[in-house]
Design a protein around this ligand. Sequence first.
Ligand code: EPU
Length: 338
Amino acid sequence: MEIKENYNIQHLNSFDIKVDAKYFTKVASILKLQEAIGFSEQYNLSVLILGGGSNLLFTQDFQGLVVKINLKGISLRKEDENHFYVKACAGENWDDFVKFCCDSGYYGLENLSLIPGNVGASPIQNIGAYGVELKDHFYELEFYDFATRKIRNYNNSDCNFGYRNSIFKNELKQKGVVLSVTFKLDKIPKFKTGYGAIKEELDRMEIIKLTVKDIRNAVINIRRSKLPDPEEIGNAGSFFKNPVVSNEKHSELSKRFSELVSFKQQNGTYKLAAGWLIDQCGWKGYRKGDAGVHKNQALVLVNYGKTSGNEIVKLSKEIMHSVNQKFGVELEREVNVV
Ligand code: EPU
């Protein structure tokens, strides 16, 4: 196992924040992972597990051991009449995996095209986009538990999936590592085109006979037009979650703001579009130094070059404050601040 000291991890976080890890290692096998955890225990170091680094904001150098998960491999585990069960190791790039599934006739993940990050992180926040969440096609995962040093399988209900949430953000936070995820994918595609932006894009594309690849292309077109490419401008996707409010709060707001963008939930509450709330407070396109709010999607905070994590956090607090003043709604960060 090769451990690097005072290692620059700027290229390993999509916000492109310049920070060092006191110790850094890459692991491509479970054995190497065990060695890395052993090293952290021996020297009493805190551990940060790094996947694609696309949902993180560093505000300081990390004083412990950063472990970059490089476990690779995709395999078809089994099939039944209607489904393929496809296993992907944690270090596989998410969108490469989605493309592989679309090309192989394993359907269901196409609406989740082009989401940055790796497979291992996808269940942690139950990634979702354009009317589909990971949990809709999740079968099970393998989790390496630091305390017992054993691998345990978690099925869909074990994971307590919710909107951008799971057991791995709560009870199991920092308790272990996701090693692989197995997805339950359809043999016959079920097109999910209900989300407004997808419908519009498919109309624009003038598709005659819809295929899964068209859906993937539509999602890619929408994301490219609205969301900044982390290769070009540092960012971590949506910085905040869409807040959920009660029926009463929703009625009060819709009386005051006729254009309010909201989605009714099954339990009678409403999810508000945080991007709309932030936009209404005048933040879209704002820039101070190198920290800013993206010009096409107010939910995304960006690093134009050399900003620090603390500058981004400061900006996020100002945004949260102004949304609270105008709408009486508390925004919650989606990105993990380290
Ligand atoms: N809106 C504005 N101004 C803005 C941004 C949005 O008015 O600056 C309005 C839009 O017009 C639209 C509504 O808000 O009516 C919703 O916008 P959008 O469809 O872009 O989706 P979102 O709610 O802002 C969520 C996810 C995204 C995901 C999209 C599409 C969260 C926190 N974000 O964003 O996920 O791609 O839906 O499904 O749930 C991510 O997690 O990093 C991410 C990009």
